[in-house]
Design a protein around this ligand. Sequence first.
Ligand code: IMP
Ligand code: MG
Length: 175
Amino acid sequence: MAKDVKELISKDEIHAKVKALAEQIKADHPNGVYCIVVLTGAMIFFVDLMKELRALGVQVGFAPMKLSSYEGTESTGKITVDLEVTKVKVEGKWVIIIEDIVDSGYTADFVRKYLLDRGAISVKLCSLLDKPERRKVEVAINYRGFVVPDKFIVGYGLDVDGMYRDLPYIGYIEE
Ligand code: IMP
Ligand code: MG
């Protein structure tokens, strides 16, 4: 274990939750889903979720999108789109945003509007983690994994300045 990281959610707990989320998504979308994966943090979560969905017989299409708004551990509130999703990918579709964590909510709110602007019929949100204490804008999370405390969370795709993404568990940095 990385010595400055305190474990919050184990690898097994993550796995069980990803399976449960896949089952919930399947119940609402038995035939298939189209996911917008918010890079880079949600990448590991999405790959595991996609495997579970496919094991349940759900077809999964996806497009990546990349955004940035953080400097260190604080959101600047100003969102930059580093990788766009073209209109042709989302027009006329029911889509699910795949996020690692909803913190201030600025990113999820931005992506939802961005996809509706590009002609998505419906936009749902699936986030592995939710840090409600830090919310600045209200966002509805349709599929939610775990609620986490107001700490800077790392592991299982989440990073701080590019570090700790590869940890198999989720934890926080001890001050
Ligand atoms: P928000 O816009 O503040 O809701 O944060 C959105 C993005 O910032 C998330 O998709 C994450 O990629 C990143 N982020 C927010 N909080 C954390 C955290 O505690 N650890 C790692 N990344 C975070
Ligand atoms: Mg993210």
